[in-house]
Design a protein around this ligand. Structure first.
Ligand code: PGA
Length: 260
């Protein structure tokens, strides 16, 4: 069975104080939810929180006691040196971060990250024994021109195909159609399933069926308490990368409960 994962991407939201307050509240609520399902055959997904850099160290310390994983939202493609303003994967490893999100569409759009940059970042993350959440997604114009599969194939090839069989098993793929991120317009459950199944087939073609069956593929893009259950019920959807709906404890818990 592959891992079910619900990851919250806070983006550039919350001060240290606000973030830590929310985490304490969230972790207590998660504990309560876990105790409720203890006698059922339901299982909590892996919970990942990606706060801003300034919070990751304390968040990772706190999360250890609660069995929650912490992700950074980005890292440098370089190992170390004169790269003002950057944070390396080794620095993240040193403060016990578990995952690094790479290739988020906002990084691609506003910071001009290319697939080649993303491939390098993934190498840095894996060299430091951290796990990767690699985002891929097509634009609205690509979808309207029926080029969504072409676009996703290219992103997968250029970001991931240089990895070894061992490397790819440390990667979680997040399918995030650009037209759905922060727009309130989510992909339909059928659209998500179609693309997740396609992504799995591309991974299978390169790395083999066994590996493709083990890779978790998350959906992201306006996923919220109202639509999460239907999206997560699709066979190739293994969880979600949640932006807006991860900023409030109640919403995020409801999204988590939608996968139980
Ligand atoms: P959203 O963001 O849930 O606010 O659409 C998702 C993401 O960007 O990861």
């Amino acid at each position: 069975m592959r891992k079910k994962i619900i990851a919250g991407n806070w983006k550039m939201n919350k001060t240290h104080r606000e973030g830590m307050d929310m985490l304490v509240h969230l972790f207590k609520m998660l504990d309560f939810e876990t105790s409720i399902i203890e006698d059922t055959n339901k299982q909590m997904p892996e919970i990942v929180i990606a706060p801003p850099y300034l919070i990751v160290e304390n968040a990772a310390l706190l999360a250890q006691a609660w069995d929650v994983k912490i992700a950074a939202q980005n890292c440098s493609s370089e190992k170390e040196g004169a790269f003002t303003g950057e944070i390396s994967a080794a620095m993240l490893k040193a403060v016990k971060v578990n995952y690094v999100i790479v290739g988020h569409s906002e990084r691609r759009k506003y910071f001009h990250e290319t697939n080649q940059d993303i491939a390098k970042k993934i190498d840095r993350v894996l060299e430091n024994d951290l796990l990767v959440i690699c985002c891929v997604g097509e634009s609205l114009s690509e979808r309207e021109a029926n080029k969504e599969f072409q676009s996703i194939t290219r992103q997968l090839e250029e970001c991931l195909f240089h990895l070894s069989a061992d490397g790819i098993t440390k990667v979680v793929i997040a399918y995030e159609p650009l037209w759905a991120i922060g727009t309130g317009r989510n992909a339909t459950p059928d659209q998500a399933q179609e693309m997740h199944n396609y992504i799995r087939s591309v991974v299978s073609g390169k790395f083999g069926k066994d590996i493709s069956r083990k890779i978790s593929i998350l959906y992201g893009g306006s996923c919220n308490p109202k639509n999460a259950k239907q999206i997560f019920s699709q066979p190739d959807v293994d969880g979600g990368l949640i932006g807006g709906a991860s900023l409030e404890v109640r919403d995020f818990l409801d999204v988590i409960k939608a996968i139980l």
